[in-house]
Design a protein around this ligand. Structure first.
Ligand code: 9UX
Length: 91
């Protein structure tokens, strides 16, 4: 593991729009795959809203990498916002 210049508690909450989800299994597919990406602490996908909220360690990944992974699965992910948040520590 590379040394990290960021405080351990620092996370970035990334909100994305996700187009192309049409059933609940899409949610499970995206949550499972994104959740396994390096640097992803938490992922929550909302089917009806067509959105995903992903908490990342900015030392390990980027909002664009999350969107790219969603796109690679055949959906259309677009980063709407990314904001620093404090890690609640509850996982
Ligand atoms: Mo449901 Mo999503 O049959 O890719 S899994 S549409």
């Amino acid at each position: 593991v590379l040394p990290c210049a960021f405080p351990a508690a620092l996370q970035v909450r990334v909100t994305l729009s996700v187009d192309g989800m049409t059933c609940a299994s899409c949610v499970a597919t995206i949550e499972g795959a994104v959740g396994r990406l390096p640097g992803v602490a938490k992922v929550q996908v909302a089917l009806l809203a067509g959105k995903a909220e992903v908490d990342i360690n900015p030392a390990l990944t980027t909002p664009a990498a999350i969107a790219g992974a969603i796109n690679a699965m055949g959906y259309v992910g677009t980063v709407l916002s990314s904001n620093m948040v404090e890690d609640a520590g509850s996982g």
